[in-house]
Design a protein around this ligand. Structure first.
Ligand SMILES: O=C(CCC(O)(O)[C@H](Cc1ccccc1)NC(=O)c1ccccc1)N[C@@H](Cc1c[nH]c2ccccc12)C(=O)O
Ligand SMILES: [Zn+2]
Length: 493
């Protein structure tokens, strides 16, 4: 399935003699930059046609083999095996409770974006229904930052978008990774060893096919750590470089643990390290420090525009981060059978994300395979966990750096930047060095003083945006939530 996914190609929208377009970089770029709904629909549908049907039977076989392996390891099925690392029988209930706390914020940004998209695209976007998934700037509608420029709260205050700025300043792939490394070093974490630069693959090779989905690798010899990424000069890849290097920093911090404990406290911790650093990097204060933001003024409109763009990544991701394994847990437990795979997927996409397919789907399609983690058997609830705990980590390190104080409105959480603050870095380091040697509540307590996952830090970070969205949606009399989709998935049997 990885081979099918990593080598799949489709033909261009306006020219079907060009048929060598791959997910990265071509299709990703089109979904990010095209404003032509027909072209977006073409890329969205053709990608799914190129991967889904060819993976459908392989996936069924994978489910049986994976469950057999789980049983041989004394688990009931793969779902139980995947959840074992969270060491809490209440884990799924905790995730559901976190989603209930975060859902109101999601409903507000969803309603606002649907209103804006309707202004831009007209009736292809219904007033009260789910949002068509191909118009949101991303192949899986999991982050909507690429459609920020016609959704900004204060559009007349628009500043140059970061992808344009990176290109204007001739950022290279190497400079993207050196910039990320510089941040980690500045807070007293560790520079990349020489072999990292010699052995990593940071650009898509021209002479051969490669699994382009980014990944970080620990060779467990305490010296050899690498990243594989088909890096493009975009803001998304700039953030992904920090994400991948966060994995490598964790490898380095726990490298003196016994091999058994050279893992994240739980898988969400591993996904949170790089994204935590990105929360500082994407603050206006930091972007200005590294010359990616020219404007001197930090007036409230500019600050809110920036917070909104971060929300299009972080808030928007939450329902997707949840539904991915809601679907797979049911598949492994046999609650979703092969002929229900696709229509149950679209039920969850509508119920949690409020998105719909641009064209009707059937049980003969297999749209989950359009996402790397499904065909590569990479669990996904780890990212939902990460998107919650990274804000708890951010609140803790920002307090340590004296950049956040719950009682001081002049130091809001979303303006914090821990760059060059070694006290913050040392506090983070103490948690990372534990690896998986202690239960994860002990690890998170070392940094934050809390022993549980807690949505309050994320809600605190986005509080100004939440208030603005509620006012704006009320002013525009926008319908909050979504009615039943007119598109969807039909069983042909
Ligand atoms: O998949 C990734 C990044 C890839 C990864 O770094 O998480 C990678 C996935 C993977 C796992 C196993 C085999 C191959 C790829 N995980 C790792 O490399 C990794 C390394 C060490 C420990 C655990 C995971 N991000 C997610 C979502 C995401 C989270 N934070 C982001 C920031 C920017 C952009 C996307 C994301 C996605 O693209 O849907
Ligand atoms: Zn990761």
């Amino acid at each position: 399935m990885e081979k099918i996914y990593s080598t799949a190609k489709i033909c261009a929208f306006d020219n079907n003699s060009t048929c060598d377009l791959a997910l990265e970089p071509e299709l990703t770029q089109t979904l990010a930059n095209s404003r032509n709904p027909e072209e977006l629909k073409h890329v969205w549908v053709e990608w799914r046609n190129a991967v889904g049907p060819h993976c459908r039977l392989l996936f069924e076989e994978y489910v049986d083999l994976s469950n057999e392996a789980a049983r041989l390891n004394n688990f009931t099925n793969t779902a139980e095996s995947w959840l074992d690392g969270y060491e809490d029988p209440q884990f799924r209930q905790q995730i559901e409770s976190l989603w209930e706390q975060l859902k109101p914020l999601y409903l507000q940004i969803h309603a606002y974006v649907r209103f804006q998209l309707r202004k831009k695209y007209g009736d292809v976007v219904s007033e009260k229904g789910p949002i068509p998934a191909h118009l949101l700037g991303n192949m899986w509608a999991q982050r909507w930052r690429n459609v920020a420029q016609f959704n900004l709260p204060y559009p007349d205050k628009e500043e140059v978008d970061l992808t344009a700025e990176l290109r204007a300043q001739n950022y290279t792939v190497d400079k993207i990774f050196r910039t990320a490394e510089d941040f980690f070093k500045s807070i007293n974490l560790t520079e990349m060893p020489q072999t990292f630069w010699e052995r990593s693959i940071l650009e898509k090779p021209k002479d051969r096919e490669m699994v382009c989905h980014a990944s970080a690798w620990d060779f467990y010899d305490r010296k050899d750590f690498r990243i594989k990424q088909c890096t493009a000069i975009t803001m998304e890849h700039f953030t992904t470089a920090h994400h991948e290097m966060g994995h490598v920093e964790y490898f380095i911090q726990y490298k003196n643990q016994p091999v058994k404990f050279r893992r994240g406290a739980n898988s969400g911790f591993h996904e949170a390290v790089g994204d935590l650093i990105s929360l500082s990097v994407e603050s206006r204060k930091h972007l200005r420090k590294i010359g990616l933001l020219k404007s001197e003024s930090d007036d409230p409109e500019n600050v809110l525009n920036n917070l909104f763009q971060i929300g299009l990544d972080k808030i928007v991701f939450l329902p997707f981060g949840y539904l991915m394994d809601l679907w797979r847990w049911d598949v492994f437990e046999g609650k979703i059978t092969p002929d229900e795979y696709n229509c149950k997927w679209w039920e969850l996409r509508e119920k949690y994300q409020g998105v719909e397919p641009p064209v009707n789907r059937t049980d003969q399609d297999f749209d989950p395979a359009a996402k790397y983690h499904i065909i590569a058997s990479v669990p996904y609830i780890r990212y939902f966990v990460s998107f919650v705990i990274q804000f708890q980590f951010h609140r803790a390190v920002c307090e340590k750096a004296g950049q956040y104080d719950a009682n001081d409105p002049s130091k809001p959480l979303h303006e914090c930047d821990i760059y060059q603050n070694t006290e913050a870095g040392n506090a983070l380091k103490k948690m990372l060095q534990l690896g998986s040697s202690r239960p994860w509540p002990d690890a998170i307590e070392v940094l934050t003083g809390q022993r549980t996952m807690d949505a309050s830090a994320l809600l605190e970070y986005f509080k100004p945006l939440h208030k603005w969205l509620e006012q704006e949606n009320k002013k525009n009399k926008v319908f909050i939530g979504w009615e039943k989709s007119t598109k969807g998935c039909v069983n042909t049997k």
